[in-house]
Design a protein. Sequence first.
Length: 446
Amino acid sequence: MGMDKNRVLSVRELNLAAKQIIESGLPLLWVRGEISNFVSAASGHWYFSLKDEVAQVRCVMFRHKSQYLDFKPANGMQVEVLALASLYEARGDFQLNLEKMRPAGLGALFEAFERLKSKLEAEGLFDADRKRDLPMLPRQIGIVTSPQAAALRDVLRTLANRMPNVPVLLYPTPVQGEGAAQKIAQAIKTASQRAECDVLIVCRGGGSIEDLWAFNEEAVARAIAASHIPVVSGVGHETDFTIADFVADLRAATPTAAAQAVVPDRQELRQRLEQFRRQLLRAAARRFEQGMQQVDFLQRRLVHPAQRIRQQSERLAALQQRMRLAHAYVVQHQQGRWNGLWQRLRGQLPDVARLQEQQTNHARRLTAAMGRTLDRYDARLSALQQHLQLLDPQQVLARGYSVVRDAQGNIVQSSEDIALGEKLDIIFEQGAARVVVQEKSGPQAD
């Protein structure tokens, strides 16, 4: 970070700046070394140094992180820590704040664990749909573990307390050491082939990752997956997870929890049975009471056959009467309807005699009207003929007058309309003549 070189810092400011540079520049990382000067404070926090041949660094692991470790660190122990580099401002000490810690050399084991876990998960061996339900009341329980294991005593004690009458069959096998994985796998196969048990517990007590490693081998995982008997895995403590846990039909946190999972508690089962018994008795009593109530109801409804026949006969007679009344009503209703329709139809029929009388009257009135109209037209025609005769030029000619026309046929009304030498036509009552104008007189005559 940028800083003025001429500025004078306090020690706190210097340590804070150094802390920020260290924490931002160094990521979360794994560091290997030997523990020395180990101190477990009353608060539960651990303080120690991690060193190699030429250097050392101070470390702190707080209680909320250290409580999940399955081993207790000690001086001289080679460990691998996952830590964040930091600076303790109060003293200016460079230190590692630890997130996780494991014995040195376990990194390869964890890598092998993750590789096998990913491989089997990809094959579907961890799928929930392939896991089987455990029987509620197994007839016999099988256990795969070492006869000397403390876990076996815990399982047997738990089974005896919960359900002592269920037989237990042990399939002995070493649970750690050289070749333990193959022997555990063979014991599981043997139990599956014999099919003597309804459920199988594969268990051992807690320990380091090396102690539990046999349950992380592929042979054990394959044997559990191939078992025809449901398998419960109870390996290590609650914080321990093995490959066998993922493949098993049920993973129990501890061997004791595995025993609790395969059989119900006898006292709880008795209480449940007693509860079911009381519920059954109450249900039977209610059913009996309902039956008695139903018998009383049916008894009240029970009728003597003769009385029932009489009731049915009376009901039949009532139905017949209703049918007759209904039929009479329908007939009456239809008759009234037809009468109404007939009256309406008659009302719509024409009065022929009246219509004929009206027609005769109309014809007589029409003839009289036509006669009067013709008389009026005859009188008017006679008047028009007389008037026309008065205007007829032929009548004028008959009185000695004549009509003069020029060569174009126009009537000559004035001497001014003709010229000397012009030919004119004179029309008489009888006949006509053509003349030539030799002289004319009148107003303005030459």
